[in-house]
Design a protein around this ligand. Structure first.
Ligand code: 5GP
Ligand code: ZN
Length: 112
């Protein structure tokens, strides 16, 4: 499958890993929008939040169990934002489910 994040997970494209477990891979965004900008993805391909179902929701649970660990390791003691862009109107650019962790500064109040 021609999926950028599947290639990153497979190590075919280099990335800066910050966390990994059986179901989850997390790495630094190549174009950071905040001092800390990490992408957290399921190792098993899921196209977007709109594709979450009973068969793959365990991967999403694993991601949300990993997020506090990643935030702590990144020193995000004063809060952080978790975002997923889903589909055309949200400007999803990579069609492999990913959650952005953004932090390390006071983030804008408004919706991006
Ligand atoms: P989206 O716009 O789909 O929510 O987010 C995709 C994110 O992937 C963007 O923030 C973009 O900077 C990041 N990204 C795109 N290509 C690469 C890459 O090759 N490596 C890494 N580490 N991040 C990437
Ligand atoms: Zn993929």
């Amino acid at each position: 499958m021609d999926c950028l994040f599947c290639k990153i997970i497979a190590g075919e494209i280099p990335s800066t890993r910050v966390y990994e477990d059986e179901k989850v891979y997390a790495f630094r965004d190549i174009n950071p929008m905040a001092p800390v900008h990490v992408l957290v993805v399921p190792k098993h391909h899921v196209a977007s939040a709109d594709e979450v179902n009973t068969a793959n929701s365990g991967d999403v649970a694993a991601i949300f169990e990993a997020i506090p660990k990643i935030a702590a390791a990144e020193g995000l003691t004063n809060g952080y934002r978790v975002i997923t862009n889903c589909g055309e109107d949200a400007c999803q650019s990579v069609h492999h489910l990913h959650f952005h962790i953004l932090g390390g500064k006071k983030l804008p109040d408004q919706m991006a």
